[in-house]
Ligand binder design. Structure first.
Ligand code: HEM
Length: 155
């Protein structure tokens, strides 16, 4: 694959990852504490939930597409050892868990109609918490993958 193309794919992958996990951290560390103390609770929950949900949807699609391209490229390299393959498999499983959390929260649940849109939006945002922890693990796994390749290149 062309080097310029791969550079753009890697850049898109990193931007999507930072948007998702960074957005989740912002929600958890800044927005959620603020919502607890402000009167604007309902408005923020109604606006921030669906907007962030859309952003996560775009990030998820981008991560799957660009991640698949990066994986095919890396696995065709000589430096990609068995350890690399196993670690990539663990990363894909962890990513699948993140995607599943988002998709599960999007499915309309029984009784959701009676909850009201602000409560539904809040409950979507709350699910972001579990994605943050897995997302941070996925970031670490990605750094390990890169480290493995660079170490094998240096040998
Ligand atoms: C279908 C799911 C995914 C696949 C197949 C995938 C695959 C890959 C591959 C092959 C690499 C290159 C690793 C290397 O340098 O050898 C990579 C890098 C990376 N991935 Fe993923 N990934 C996926 C999802 C995710 C998710 C969900 C996140 C974050 C939450 C993420 C964050 C990153 C980061 C931060 C890098 C490093 C980018 C860089 O060095 O510029 N990936 N990914």
């Amino acid at each position: 694959m062309g080097e310029a193309f791969l550079l753009i794919v890697r850049w898109l992958h990193a931007i999507a990852a930072v948007t998702w996990v960074g957005g989740g951290i912002f929600y958890w560390a800044v927005l959620k504490p603020a919502l607890r103390t402000q009167d604007s609770n309902t408005f923020m929950a109604r606006v921030a939930g669906p907007e962030f949900g859309q952003l996560v949807g775009v990030a998820m699609g981008t991560l799957i597409l660009t991640g698949s391209i990066l994986a095919v490229d890396r696995l065709s390299e000589q430096e990609a050892t068995g350890t690399y393959g196993i670690l990539l498999g663990v990363k894909i499983l962890a990513s699948a868990w993140m995607f599943a959390v988002v998709l599960a929260r999007r499915r309309p649940r029984r009784g959701a109609e009676s909850q009201g849109s602000s409560k539904t939006a809040m409950s979507f945002l709350t699910s972001v918490n579990s994605s943050i922890v897995i997302g941070l693990v996925v970031f670490f796994l990605s750094d390990m993958l890169r480290f493995l390749i660079e170490r094998n290149l240096a040998q």
